[in-house]
Design a protein around this ligand. Structure first.
Ligand code: DUC
Ligand code: ZN
Ligand code: ZN
Ligand code: ZN
Length: 499
């Protein structure tokens, strides 16, 4: 029957280790794990011999239908989640980002309306903080307590549209700390970028090659350090999105070595490609690689970022998927500062991380699961419903064949763009089956998604992993208690610690 599934003979991979076994799914939930399971008749059986069973990927950083730099990003919640699923990602987290002076709650409602009927897989929302007032603070509290949002992102760049000042950042972090929400930051020095851009343009540097010149590594590292310093003043854990340079990665490692809870996110783009195409005479190709912080022209950066993921200097991988077609990118032909920033990645993140991480021998399959799924689930308080193959967990499962390869190409991808920044990359590991809340949405390679199948997942406050290390006893007493099912599942998940 449709709602029952038995996956046999696979190697189950969790962040904690691997085990051979069968997995029985009913009504979208993992109900049994083991061998010689007793299963109702009529259950569909998939043989996963020689394959890994991975918790579905969680991409904690995407922008679907995002109004940004005068354009609307091309992947909407249907195409974006469809592309995600085809690559083995079964949950995404987007950002509801109000313009300055706009209401956070209205922006949240707008995103729910855009997404709820369109998503093919589950999703959650972060909220952007682009200005500061008492009203913003009140709305943050309502979002946390009544709307299922537990994370807020500030921009230290995009000066006129999104950037907030240090005093505002301080108050935002303080509010996150009081609420028990996760503070996130886009770390680049927006003032320096504006000055550098003006200077480059007046010197006649107008093409895409000017983009990285206007925002070099130290401009990212300075803001990363400043965000860490400000977060520390108010005792607030910090999540740094899209770490794109060695220097910024080293800043995060430094704070982590001091025992400070700072988390760093690498991107598929940062691991799988680099900034050299931005100097190409082919404008379309160059512009397709323009994002911020920039892909670095030093090709060693991508190896360095993977090394940081391997050593726990960085903990999470996302995509920052924010696609614009060549036509949309063309508006920056004569001025690099007008090229809409953003790249693809939601579809190919799992492949890129596997290829650069597992296939290259730098990380194990359990670490792959940790950085593509489990850590995001823990930080945003979705674990162990998400991020694990455990009893009671959502049946978001990828059957991954490590012995097959595929070549990434815009000719075959599912994204709403005509260029893929990973074009031509051969990747080992193919998601032969992708099970999304119990439904087989990639079936022996065939994509069968259903629009509206996904649901909004509220993220509860006080993410335990983030706050446990810092919380006072009084604050712990305020923790929202986890529902029984989830507490139980957490114990059962821990029984899977095998290797
Ligand atoms: N950077 C991008 O490249 N696109 C979306 C927003 C961002 O910060
Ligand atoms: Zn950003
Ligand atoms: Zn982003
Ligand atoms: Zn090969």
């Amino acid at each position: 029957s449709q709602n029952r599934l038995l996956i046999k003979n696979g190697k189950i991979v969790n962040a904690t280790g691997m085990q051979d076994g069968d997995v029985f799914v009913e009504d979208g939930i993992i109900k049994q794990i083991g061998t010689n399971l007793i299963i109702p008749g009529g259950t569909r059986v998939i043989d996963a011999r020689g394959r890994y069973l991975l918790p579905g990927g969680i991409d904690p950083h995407v922008h679907f239908s995002f109004e940004f730099m005068g354009q609307t990003s091309a992947d909407d919640f249907y195409q974006g989640t469809k592309a995600a699923i085809s690559g083995g990602t079964t949950m995404i987290i987007d950002f509801a980002i109000p313009k300055k002076k706009e209401s956070l709650l209205e922006q949240y409602d707008k995103y729910r309306l855009m997404a709820d009927d369109k998503v093919c897989c589950d999703y959650a929302l972060h909220c952007g903080i682009t200005w500061w007032s008492d009203k913003v603070k009140q709305e943050m509290e309502i979002l946390c307590k009544e709307r299922g949002v537990n994370s807020f992102k500030a921009f230290m760049a995009y000066k006129d549209d999104l950037m907030i000042r240090d005093d505002e950042l301080y108050k935002m972090f303080e509010t996150c700390r009081q609420l028990g929400a996760v503070a996130m930051v886009h770390a680049e020095n927006g003032d320096i970028i504006v000055e550098n851009s003006k200077k480059l343009l007046s010197k006649g540097v107008k093409g895409p090659e000017g983009h990285e010149q206007s925002r070099p590594e130290e401009v990212e590292a300075e803001a990363t350090n400043r965000a860490c310093v400000i977060a520390k003043q108010v005792n607030c854990p910090l999540y740094v999105v899209h770490v794109m340079s060695k220097e910024a990665g080293d800043v995060i490692s430094k704070y982590r070595e001091q025992g400070w809870p700072v988390y760093g996110e690498a991107l598929a783009a940062g691991l799988g490609t680099d900034g050299r195409p931005c100097c190409s005479s082919n404008y379309g190709l160059a512009a397709a690689h323009i994002m911020s912080p920039p892909l670095r022209s030093d090709p060693a950066t991508k190896e360095r970022l993977m090394d940081l993921l391997a050593s726990d200097g960085l903990q999470v991988t996302g995509s920052d998927n924010c696609t614009f077609s060549s036509k949309q990118k063309a508006v920056g032909q004569n001025d690099f500062s007008k090229i809409p920033n953003g790249v693809n990645g939601v579809e190919d993140r799992m492949s890129v991380v596997w290829e650069k991480g597992v296939q290259s021998g730098k990380i194990t399959p359990p670490r792959f699961v940790e950085i593509t799924s489990t850590n995001a689930a823990k930080i945003f308080n979705l674990y162990p419903s998400k991020g694990a193959i455990g009893l009671g967990s959502d049946a978001d499962i990828v059957i991954w064949n490590p012995n097959k390869t595929r070549v990434i190409s815009a000719k075959t991808h599912h994204q709403a763009t005509d260029i893929n920044i990973f074009e031509g990359m051969e990747c080992h590991g193919v998601p032969e089956y992708v099970i999304v809340s119990g439904r087989v949405c990639v079936d022996d390679g065939e994509l069968k998604v259903v629009q509206g199948h996904g649901r909004f997942n509220p993220t509860p406050l006080y993410p335990p992993t983030v706050y446990d290390s810092l919380a006072t006893e009084a604050e712990k007493a305020n923790y929202a208690p986890l529902p029984d099912l989830i507490t139980e599942t957490a114990d059962q998940v821990s029984q899977l610690h095998v290797n």
